[in-house]
Design a protein around this ligand. Sequence first.
Ligand SMILES: Nc1nc2c(ncn2[C@@H]2O[C@H](COP(=O)(O)OP(=O)(O)OP(=O)(O)O)[C@@H](O)[C@H]2O)c(=O)[nH]1
Ligand SMILES: C=C(OP(=O)(O)O)C(=O)O
Length: 215
Amino acid sequence: MVRDWTAVMPVKRLGAAKSRLRGAVPPARHGDLALAMVLDTVSAVLAAPAVGELLVVTDDPVAAAAVSALGARVAPDRPDAGLNEAMRHGADEVAGLGRPRAVLAGDLPALRPEQLDAALTAARSGRAYVADAAGTGTVLLAVGPGRPLDPRFGPGSAAAHAASGAVPLTGGWPGLRQDVDTPADLATVLGLGAGRHTCELLRELGIEAACVPAA
Ligand SMILES: Nc1nc2c(ncn2[C@@H]2O[C@H](COP(=O)(O)OP(=O)(O)OP(=O)(O)O)[C@@H](O)[C@H]2O)c(=O)[nH]1
Ligand SMILES: C=C(OP(=O)(O)O)C(=O)O
């Protein structure tokens, strides 16, 4: 498979990230959990043969160092105006319109490389999205060369992406579709099998967790 996709992943400052997930682990470890989920998502993305490069858009120094160590490239969060602007900046300005780009959230700790490959293969020709497991949100938005990303993430983003002309991708891909916003989402992910970083952190905290093999 040709490694031609640039994956783009926005990561909020860890101290402010994943507020709806607060309470899933002790407060002092909340940032560690947010980072562990990012690292599992990054590991799966970098192991996907269709991905040539992963660009992480973040102003968090700890996350930046950790994802760099795994092999991702880091760009600052500009214009520092929220999720859609961070995605647009990474995909259209830093990566550039000349490449196929796919943005995905950094909260997919059960993501498997083959699921991302399948989604990117299905998306190849146009602007396409993958809805989250609930069907209302979006976990991935892909766009071919020459086209702006035009991201519309936020509440109801699946419908917003459809209304903007993006094609919904219909594969099963349970790990790709399962983003973690709440403690209930985390429990679902632990049933699917979380990546090594999330899994080891939870086990350290005495929480039962099924782990998948390292990607
Ligand atoms: N660079 C950047 N990433 C963001 C920003 N807002 C959200 N993200 C990232 O986008 C992905 C999905 O975001 P959300 O699920 O809305 O995450 P969140 O804002 O941390 O979660 P809540 O506080 O629970 O709403 C995660 O990887 C976040 O880290 C932002 O303003 N800048
Ligand atoms: C930003 C989104 O999701 P969430 O905040 O639920 O992760 C979205 O689905 O567009």
